[in-house]
Design a protein around this ligand. Structure first.
Ligand code: ADP
Ligand code: MG
Length: 360
């Protein structure tokens, strides 16, 4: 008996050695994260690809590509494969997915490719779903499962998505903000708006141009946002010295920007975000609204870290707003939890025949 048991074990190990570890991917507009079964989050890099336009070849991906931004010769361009949450360049996205899937396997592909769960923005069309699936299959995935990001975020922060009780999540990313109301494993109400981190960066660039007559780049604007953005007046105002190009003389010039400047710059976008959240809440079924009032609303994504935003939303919606630990990894953690128990989360996945979210 003992011998048979040992044989079975050896055969099992041999067979499982042929299978790749399962992979969860958060294909964000700003950051791409990858979770590998048994290892945790192994990749966290900007969603960016640098391409040599003369040869069509990919020169760099992720951090390396981002560092090249604005510093490359004219024929090398840095591309974001996802603009406003949709795949803007299929070949580049496929290249990026291939790179991620290979890197997640440490460059040692097994006989059977991995099962892959990919988070995509809510409101994605079935054509776009298919293109993500094809890209992942071409990149070596054995099976591909697609989940909408607000759902993945909710699973990642351990909201009871399969229960009949409603939950609301606002995922503020780079290109898009995904607002979703979830009950019984599905999105009962969702909205995807392009007011998110990138828009706030643009607001700051435009404000600095109008107010100080200097031109700053996206990276500077993002650094200012992260250092000083707050939606309420502060007792101890903070400021940052920034460098840009004088619009008149063309020469570099320094100015001091305060949190009050940034507040004014991003004010209108923040108001639009609050309105979008209000709209989703108002159109949710009454029973579900009552659940959300009890549980509160959950934030995810990098935008959840804007100082005072949870409080502002809470004041305007009349409901408590919670920020989970590490909101930037909520979606990828959700894809990981789906991989660990595909059966439990079957309902939450999008399949080709499955109805897409109500905003489509
Ligand atoms: P996506 O899912 O679209 O890739 P993320 O959830 O990764 O987006 O969030 C990226 C966005 O969050 C960027 O616009 C970034 O500037 C912003 N962000 C990250 N950290 C902070 C912070 N501390 N304060 C404000 N914004 C932040
Ligand atoms: Mg995201």
């Amino acid at each position: 008996m003992e011998v048979v048991r040992r044989w079975i074990q050896i055969i099992r190990t041999k067979i499982s050695g042929l299978f790749s570890d399962d992979i969860g991917i958060d294909l964000g507009t700003a950051n791409t994260l990858v979770y590998v079964h048994g290892k945790g989050i192994v990749i966290n890099e900007p969603s960016m690809v640098a391409i040599n336009q003369k040869t069509g070849q990919v020169v760099a991906i992720g951090n390396d590509a981002k560092n090249m931004l604005g510093r490359t010769p004219a024929h090398v361009v840095a591309v974001q494969p996802l603009i406003d949450g949709v795949i803007s360049d299929f070949e580049v996205a496929e290249e990026m997915l291939g790179y991620l899937i290979r890197k997640a396997q440490d460059g040692k592909p097994k006989f059977f490719g991995p099962r892959v769960v990919i988070g995509v923005p809510s409101g994605i069309t079935s054509v776009q779903v298919r293109s993500v699936q094809d890209a992942a299959r071409n990149a070596g995935a054995r099976e591909v499962f697609i989940v909408e990001e607000p759902m993945a975020a909710a699973i990642g922060i351990r909201l009871p998505v399969n229960n009949p009780s409603g939950s609301m999540i606002i995922d503020i990313g780079g290109g898009t903000t995904d607002i979703g109301v979830i009950s019984l494993g599905g999105l009962v109400n969702a909205k995807n708006v392009n007011i998110a981190g990138d828009k706030l960066n643009d607001d700051i660039i435009n404000y600095v141009r109008g107010e100080f007559k200097i031109l700053i780049g996206t990276r500077t604007a993002e650094a200012i946002k992260i250092a000083t953005a707050s939606v309420f007046e502060n007792e101890n105002p903070f400021e940052e010295t920034i460098r840009g190009r004088d619009l008149v003389s063309g020469l570099p010039r320094e100015v001091v920007i305060t949190d009050a400047d940034v507040r004014e710059a991003i004010g209108s976008s923040i108001d639009q975000l609050v309105d979008a959240a209000k709209e989703v809440l108002e159109t949710a079924p009454p029973e579900v609204i009552s659940d959300i009032m009890q549980k509160g609303i959950y934030l995810a994504g990098g935008g959840a870290l804007i100082r005072g935003l949870p409080m502002l939303l809470s004041e305007n919606l009349g409901i408590q707003v919670h920020v989970p630990d590490d909101p930037l990894t909520a979606v990828v953690r959700g894809t990981g939890m789906i991989l660990e128990d595909l059966q439990k989360y079957e309902e939450t996945l999008i399949t080709q025949s499955h109805e897409l979210s109500p905003t489509e």
